[in-house]
Every structure is written in structure tokens, then in C-alpha cells.
Write a protein that binds this ligand. Structure first.
Ligand SMILES: O=C(O)c1ccccc1NCC(=O)[C@H](O)[C@H](O)COP(=O)(O)O
Length: 290
């Protein structure tokens, strides 16, 4: 175990160990991806909040497992207004599978994210998807490929890489490889605690041209407003959608009156706020780091 792995929650260490062992695909993929930035722009233009709804049967922080057919759940999410879907493919800790992703992507026409823990190039070829998650914290470590290598390899295959970060240093690494889609995970993989302030601290350091997602811990209409006010182009929501009526939950969280505010203090392209509620669009302290 290396020093940075030692700081991970036991469940996450186990996820990473399993991910390292996983085999890759048999042939190099060539993906014709559905554009995520275009889908986000279309949703925003229609006056709704762009949400990536996650098919997440279970997780280390969830009690029990949802065993509904993933295709039914995915269809309900799209009917509820989801801009894109995230499908867990990690089997042991999240109850996912590559087959779930294949079936969901065949059944819907929105972009679909492969939500897995990819650490080596060959693993990119396991299954087609539109978006592909690369978690900065897990890469550039012993036994993994570098973020730069995986980012380029994913792009060459036609994937749209979503680079996930949690700290300022990880954000800089994402920007260094030229990431065009970045997700700030509010969940700390060390303690598995959620703090929406993570997104608020990092968002001012993200250039406007990047498509920026706020991930994890978004449970209420108030949280949606808070993340949009901090500059989120889109929100990745799992638990709050999976818990109960999936279509109604998705609709509730996508129809919030919450235009995105500028991340750098200037005018954001879609910041045509109609809400009468006071909203903080002040630029954040650019000195703050994590
Ligand atoms: O969700 C977990 O318990 C978890 C534990 C360990 C590593 C990753 C984990 N989640 C992965 C995710 O990124 C979330 O599923 C996703 O951001 C949605 O989060 P939420 O809306 O809080 O379910």
C-alpha cells in the first residue's frame, strides 16, 4: 500500500484493489459518443437544470440494494428530465455491471457515463459509453496508468472523459491534461464525508469553457440552487434520485428555478436568472485551496 492509499477509507481501498485486478476488453473500442456539452446546453436553453441521474443499486454508504431493472430506472430518469445518465458498472461494492450499462445505453438516447474505477488503458475497452470517468486521485500511482495517458487513450477511442477531482492539486492536474469536462466530487474518498463547500471552493478556479459538474451529496432543491449559484453546469445525483419514485425525484430536481451563475464573476452565458430569491453570485476567494 502506498502513502496516499493509506489515507483512503477501507471501502475505497478495497474498490481500488479490485479495480487494479480487473481485466480489459478484447479489442480496442471506437466509440461514436453522444455529445454531453450539447445535451447540457440544450437542457439549460429549455430552462431546466442539467442533471446526470445515476443508476446506483447500492454503495458503501447506502443501506440495502435496489434490485429494479436498471433499464426501467433509466427510462424513468429520462422521462423525469435527466440530461444524461450515469451507470455504475463496478459489481462488488455498487451492484453494477457492464451489462447494465450496455442495456441502458441501448434503451435511451441521452449520453451515458460509465461510472467505474478505470486505472489501466486496457480497461477502457471493456464497454462502450459516451462519458468515461477518470478519478484523478486514483491515477499516477504505482500499479496504475497516468491521468495523461488514460485521458489521451480515452479521447483516441472517442470517449468524452469526465475527470473527477476533490482538491485544488487534483484540479490543476485535470487542467494540465486539457480536461474539457471536470467533476468536483463533494465526497471525500478518505472519510466518505460529503461537504458541498468543496465544489464552492474549487469552482472559481475552473475556466468558463470547461463543462463543470458538481457531484455527490446533492439531496434537495436547496442543494441544487446552491451548486448552480456556485457555477455548476450540471449536477451528478445518485442517492436522492434512487431513493423512492425515480421519475418524480428527477423531475423535482431538474425543474428548480436555478440558472447557473458565473464562476469567475463575469456574465455566464445562461445566467438569465428569473428567480426572485436572493442568490450569491459574488466571485469566491481565489486564494482558497484544499
Ligand atoms: O457513494 C458512495 O458511497 C461511494 C463510496 C466510495 C466511493 C465512491 C462512492 N460514490 C461514487 C459517486 O461518485 C457517487 O455515486 C455519485 O457522485 C452520486 O453521489 P450521491 O448523489 O451522493 O449518491
Amino acid at each position: 500500500m502506498n502513502a496516499s492509499e493509506d489515507k483512503l477509507a477501507p471501502a475505497v481501498r478495497s474498490i481500488l484493489a479490485t479495480a487494479r485486478e480487473r481485466s480489459g476488453g478484447e479489442r480496442r473500442l471506437d466509440v461514436d459518443a453522444r455529445s454531453f456539452p450539447d445535451a447540457v446546453a440544450a437542457t439549460a436553453a429549455a430552462g431546466r437544470v442539467p442533471v446526470v441521474a445515476e443508476v446506483k443499486p447500492t454503495s458503501p454508504t447506502t443501506e440495502g440494494e435496489r434490485t429494479d431493472d436498471p433499464v426501467e430506472l433509466a427510462t424513468e430518469m429520462v422521462d423525469g428530465g435527466a440530461t444524461a445518465l450515469s451507470v455504475l458498472t463496478e459489481p462488488e461494492h455498487f451492484g453494477g455491471s457492464a451489462e447494465n450499462l450496455r442495456r441502458v445505453r441501448d434503451a435511451v438516447d441521452v449520453p451515458v457515463l460509465r461510472k467505474d474505477f478505470v486505472v489501466r488503458e486496457a480497461q477502457l475497452d471493456a464497454i462502450e459509453s459516451d462519458l468515461l470517468l477518470l478519478i484523478a486521485r486514483f491515477l499516477d500511482e504505482e500499479g496504475t496508468d497516468s491521468l495523461a495517458t488514460l485521458y489521451e487513450a480515452a479521447r483516441e477511442r472517442g470517449f468524452q472523459p469526465l475527470v473527477e477531482v476533490h482538491t485544488r492539486a487534483e484540479l490543476e492536474r485535470a487542467l494540465d491534461v486539457g480536461a474539457e469536462i471536470i467533476g468536483v466530487n463533494n465526497r471525500d474518498l478518505g472519510k466518505l464525508e460529503v461537504d458541498l463547500g468543496t465544489f464552492e471552493r474549487l469552482a472559481p478556479h475552473v475556466p468558463e469553457e470547461v463543462t463543470l459538474l458538481a457531484e455527490s451529496g446533492i439531496t434537495s432543491v436547496g442543494d441544487v440552487r446552491r451548486m448552480r449559484a456556485a457555477g455548476a453546469d450540471a449536477l451528478l445525483i445518485g442517492t436522492a434520485i434512487m431513493d423512492g419514485d425515480v421519475e418524480a425525484n428527477t423531475e423535482r430536481l431538474t425543474t428548480v428555478d436555478a440558472a447557473r451563475a458565473s464562476r469567475a464573476g463575469g456574465d455566464a452565458s445562461e445566467a438569465t436568472r428569473t428567480s426572485t430569491e436572493p442568490t450569491d453570485t459574488t466571485p469566491r476567494n481565489t486564494e482558497s485551496t484544499q
